[in-house]
Design a binder for this molecule. Structure first.
Ligand code: NBP
Length: 479
């Protein structure tokens, strides 16, 4: 029987996604550049459902029912272009290519435009959840023509994760690059979440003096409250783990150099272009970069700083509670920043992204899945024009209540010399947003002084310039 869907690119992600479709009762055509992978898939997992193995691109395309639905799961970048160029000439008008890889949204926009001219629907779908998610239910963020969503919807809803209320974690995000954009911001927020958790761990270790196993218990407790999330859950697992070779806490034998594959960096680069401050994500990306600069760290290792005194038991317990509040408030800030970034891109590209949908489909399957996202969804649904999550009454109240403890946690970190770029940048963002007057007025004065860049006044309309080098009289600079 003809296959309802095809998957080409059968490394971990593609193989697991193909199995997911097959387990849900779909007939799945499978193909890979190196045919051995296709044979391995069918030999190992053929019993899980109906697979139609194809060796050549022609065989693969011929195995699919019309309109053809073809998922590409290859390495992002040139391999994706190569695969599209291989298949596009074999497809007919109305056929759909889904790119499930981690493409940059600008590439997706380019590919969508070029394939549209050839009558082919191109869908850039962000897929989160790693290999486990691909097999058992990822969060899927498709962007592309609305017609193709109708053709893909039943299949994607069937394989996607289900949120606690049973709704599938997939929705049409918007045209062309919208899906990959949202996936990129997801990954940026993931960086910020991980950095904040790492800083909280560092404070509990260094200032409260807790051992990793005890910190694991603290995280387990936090995971029963408002911080309930996959990342907090796995943090506890990693901290509780003992290295078999040495008997030491696992976290103590791992080299402290964090690596990255690039989606966090893309988020920050794109945010700079859009002019949206995403300081939480930026600090997380920079923190990973700094950790990897061995020479720089070695050159600075002897620089003076305060001696860290571990708190006594009672103060440590109080401090741990303050750290929870700092972590939660900072998390709200970094989500608010990510949300602003999606709003800005949606306006810039005319995508019409529904941010309540985005929160809803991140509730399950993806790496940042969290109970918290149900509240973000509710806030966006209640007011689709919400300028920031901080304007939501509930979030505003919570962050407002957390802020004294948040300040104490950050101040303590500063006093003890523990770096907390994520927690402190979030607090700075909060204080800047709520400030009645910002020193930006002085910045404008400086710009006018050295570059005649002009300024606006608080009391009158128009642009003005002061003749700094002459008599310092003010002149109108517009009209
Ligand atoms: P990889 O990113 O490691 O890519 C390997 C696949 O790409 C293989 O099937 C390989 O075929 C194929 N390929 C390459 Br490389 N160059 C090709 C070319 N020129 N023509 C045809 N095929 C080519 O696989 P992955 O880790 O499964 O990830 C797949 C996609 O999903 C990536 O875009 C990734 O960023 C994204 N993603 C991954 C994860 C994750 O947790 N790993 C999570 C979310 C998204 P071969 O077998 O013949 O070499």
């Amino acid at each position: 029987s003809p296959a309802q869907i095809g998957v080409t690119g059968l490394a971990v992600m593609g193989r697991n996604l193909a199995r997911n479709f097959a387990r849900r009762g779909y007939t799945v055509a499978v193909h890979n550049r190196t045919a051995a992978r296709t044979r391995e898939l069918v030999a190992e997992f053929g019993g899980e459902g109906d697979f139609v193995p194809a060796t050549t691109a022609e065989e693969f395309v011929a195995a699919l029912e019309r309109p053809r639905r073809l998922v590409v799961m290859v390495k992002a970048g040139e391999p994706t272009d190569a695969v599209i160029e291989e298949f596009a000439p074999l497809l007919a008008e109305g056929d759909i290519i889904v790119d499930g890889g981690n493409a940059h949204f600008a590439d997706t926009r380019r590919r969508e435009r070029s394939l549209r001219e050839r009558g082919i629907h191109f869908v850039g779908a962000g897929i989160s959840g790693g290999e486990e998610g691909a097999l058992n239910g990822p969060s899927i963020m498709p962007g592309g023509p609305a017609e193709s969503w109708e053709a893909l919807r039943p299949l994607l809803e069937s394989v996607a994760a289900k949120a606690a209320d049973g709704t599938p974690c997939t929705a049409h995000i918007g045209p062309d690059g919208a899906g990959h954009f949202v996936k990129m911001v997801h990954n940026g927020i993931e960086y910020a979440d991980m950095q904040l958790i790492a800083e909280a761990y560092d404070l509990l270790r260094t200032v409260a003096g807790y051992e990793p196993a005890r910190i694991a218990e603290v995280f387990r407790t936090w995971n029963t409250g408002r911080l309930d999330s996959y990342l907090i859950e796995i943090t506890a697992e990693v901290l509780a783990h003992t290295d078999a070779a040495t008997g030491l806490p696992f976290v103590d034998v791992v080299a402290d150099r964090a690596e990255q594959k690039g989606t966090g960096r893309w988020t920050v680069q794109t945010a700079l272009d859009l002019g949206v401050p995403v300081s939480g994500i930026a600090e997380a990306v920079f923190a990973r970069s700094l950790s990897g600069h061995a020479g720089l760290r070695e050159a600075c290792a002897e620089l003076p700083g305060p001696r860290c005194q571990v708190l006594d038991e009672r103060d440590a317990a109080r401090f741990a509670d303050q750290v929870e509040q700092a972590l939660y408030a900072s998390k709200v800030i970094s989500y608010a920043q990510g949300w602003n970034m999606m709003q800005a891109a949606s306006a810039e590209y005319g995508w019409g992204v529904d941010l309540a949908d985005v929160a809803a489909i991140w509730r399950g399957g993806c790496i940042i899945r969290a109970a918290f996202l149900d509240r973000v969804r509710a806030a966006c649904a209640a007011d689709p024009a919400l300028p920031t999550l901080l304007a939501d009454e509930e979030f505003a109240e919570e962050v407002g209540e957390a802020q004294p403890a948040w300040r104490t946690a950050v101040a303590t970190a500063v006093r003890y010399g523990v770096p907390v770029p994520g927690l402190s940048a979030a607090l700075a963002s909060y204080d800047a947003l709520r400030a009645e007057r910002l020193p930006a007025a002085l910045t404008q004065g400086q710009r006018d002084y050295f570059g005649a860049h002009t300024y606006r006044r608080t009391d009158r309309e128009g642009a003005f310039h002061t003749r700094w080098g002459q008599d310092r009289s003010e002149v109108r600079a517009d009209g």
